[in-house]
Ligand binder design. Sequence first.
Ligand code: COA
Length: 225
Amino acid sequence: MPLLSDIKNIPFVKWLIFFRHKQIVLKRNAGKNLMLGKDNSVGTVKFGLNNLLTDNITMSNCSIGDFSYVNRNSSISNTDIGKFSCIGSNVSIGLGIHPTDLVSIHPAFYTNKKDHYFAEKDHFQEYEKTKIGNDVWIGNNSIIMGGLTIGDGAVIAAGAVVTKNVEPYAVVGGIPAKVLKYRFTQNEIERIKGLEWWNWSVEKIKLNKDKFLSVEEFLNSSELK
Ligand SMILES: CC(C)(COP(=O)(O)OP(=O)(O)OC[C@H]1O[C@@H](n2cnc3c(N)ncnc32)[C@H](O)[C@@H]1OP(=O)(O)O)[C@@H](O)C(=O)NCCC(=O)NCCS
């Protein structure tokens, strides 16, 4: 007798499972212009408008704001993502936590999630909510630990391992990630943050779209409609 897992690995069966899953997710989110590639595994996810997930993406227990997108082979769990954020390929966000100061690192001793575990109750929260702001860019192959907050407008350089919260409009990189620079001056950052343009209506953004090409013009414009 073949095992169920063997059957699920037959290429046609795999394709069929993913195809069916995609149809269910698209139907559930009808009217939101959700764009889904192939081989995605989407658990509980609250989508906004105009989201794009390319291929082979795993997302569970997440929300994702209008216009934000995720590129291929990325894995995101327990994370709230703002609007207009851009997540690259091979990115991992919201990693689980094992306490490092107990005798054993194995969850059998501190959670009771599985029948064969020893703990009678959960002694430790393995997953904390991660927050990704609005207008954030996350470079390829980066890792963001669970429970962190990445501020609005921040940039995570390719290959970074982020272990601490990231301030708004900071560009961070390296292992562990450190601030490389800020996108704008502190004064400009405060003013852009104050405008919260990502919450404007699409009509208002469209009307002012050319001003997004120059920070100076954007901030000095008295005609932001
Ligand atoms: C972080 C990043 C945005 C910086 O780009 P930039 O604004 O043009 O800045 P610079 O190239 O001038 O780099 C600024 C500093 O950061 C360093 N740096 C750049 N990329 C880095 C990285 N990935 N890791 C560590 N340091 C990095 C530079 O060496 C430079 O250091 P210096 O000031 O000591 O010379 C860019 O390098 C990056 O990683 N982009 C992500 C690309 C990507 O993943 N694309 C696919 C998804 S769309």
